[in-house]
Design a protein around this ligand. Structure first.
Ligand code: 5GP
Ligand code: MN
Length: 340
């Protein structure tokens, strides 16, 4: 962090702290939040973790999960509580996202809040709204950035097994279990530090990856056998899921996570796209290999963004219109897609 000494003094006396992460948090978002929350509590702060939406059951075991205030579509109570916490917060940490529009109503509350804002994130093209930033797009995970900040502050000895577990969960998932091209030597160093402090790789992997419901596994089978389409001329694979299909498989939050990766596992596929109907919007997930930037694709055409090889977006179109839009866009990128 650039202004580390000022940040050190900011957190040197107990304060009312709010930690916020992105809509539909994943393991990096939630693990970072809970890991940082536990550390700040140890330093004497009063900490609340707020999520703009619910999140998958396979994250509910993370230490500290029971303290999370999650906003809900059909219940205004948590939102009112969140507004009060944000208004009286002295420090607000924004983790694993860098654009206040990604957190719905919480974005405006945070913009208006008098608290000192701190951004810790690794997504491309961040919005400038924070007084302090621990931002590095080369880092595979926000959890890793939090560990590095803890290290810079000389607080490594405060990292206990619970904190290490939360941070390892984020590091493991955002690197695709240390196999995505964002996995540097540094990720292994951080992983090693976390494991030496009590994170157990097997248990964490099992709790996150081997927690499928039968319905979720059947949904995966259905998508692979019926819904996966390959367009060899664009080296692209796509999958599309309607509300009816999701309902048929009793899909819960998080059940579609990871599906998009199957597209990229096909030989000669450079771009994989998952589109599904979230009722209020069509959500898109993009993955690519090599130089093809899905951050750019998502940002330009689907109101989204992310990283070069993993990004997301959304549309207010119908599912069919969304597919048509994608099919119109692909020819613009054909050369880039077949080059890699
Ligand atoms: P996923 O496809 O797993 O939902 O997201 C892939 C990456 O893109 C993650 O780093 C995620 O935070 C980011 N991302 C997903 N959806 C959006 C979006 O709508 N806007 C932005 N800016 N980033 C997104
Ligand atoms: Mn992340």
């Amino acid at each position: 962090m650039k202004n580390l000494e000022a940040f050190r003094s900011l957190i040197s006396k107990p304060a009312a702290v709010v930690i916020v992460t992105h809509f539909k948090p994943d393991a990096d978002a939630l693990g970072s939040s809970l890991g940082l929350a536990a550390l700040l509590k140890k330093l004497g702060h009063q900490v609340s973790v707020i999520t703009p939406s619910d999140y998958p059951d396979f994250l509910a075991w993370l230490p500290g999960n029971e303290t999370v205030l999650a906003l809900a579509k059909d219940n205004p109570a948590p939102e009112a509580k969140a507004a009060a916490l944000i208004a009286k917060a002295e420090i607000i940490f924004c983790l694993d996202f860098s654009n206040l529009t990604r957190i719905n109503s919480l974005g405006d509350m945070i913009r208006a809040a008098s608290a000192t804002k701190v951004l810790i994130d690794h997504h491309l093209e961040p919005e400038q709204f924070a007084a302090y930033e621990q931002w590095d797009p080369a880092s595979a995970s926000t959890a890793g950035l939090i560990f590095e900040l803890i290290e810079e502050l000389g607080l490594k000895e405060s990292v206990d097994a619970a904190i290490a577990t939360c941070l390892y969960a984020g590091l493991m998932t955002d690197t695709g279990s240390f196999k995505h091209n964002n996995t540097r030597h540094r990720e292994f160093e951080i992983a090693s530090e976390l494991v030496s402090r009590g994170a157990d790789p097997h248990t964490i992997a099992q709790k996150i990856y081997d927690a499928n419901s039968l319905e979720r596994l059947r949904l995966t089978g259905y998508v692979l056998s019926e819904k996966l389409v390959v367009l060899p001329q664009y080296r692209t694979a796509y999958m599309m899921l309607s509300q009816e299909e999701l309902k048929k498989f009793g899909a819960q939050t998080g059940d579609t996570e990871g599906l998009v990766n199957y597209g990229l596992s096909i030989k000669n596929v450079t771009l994989s796209v998952l589109m599904y109907d979230r009722k209020e919007e069509i959500k898109l997930s993009f993955r690519s290999l090599g130089n093809f930037s899905v951050n750019e694709l998502a940002r330009k055409h689907f109101e989204g963004g992310g990283h070069r090889n993993a990004a997301g977006g959304s549309t207010k179109l119908t599912l069919t219109q969304t597919l048509n839009k994608l099919l119109e866009i692909l020819p613009l990128y054909q050369q880039q897609l077949v080059q890699d």
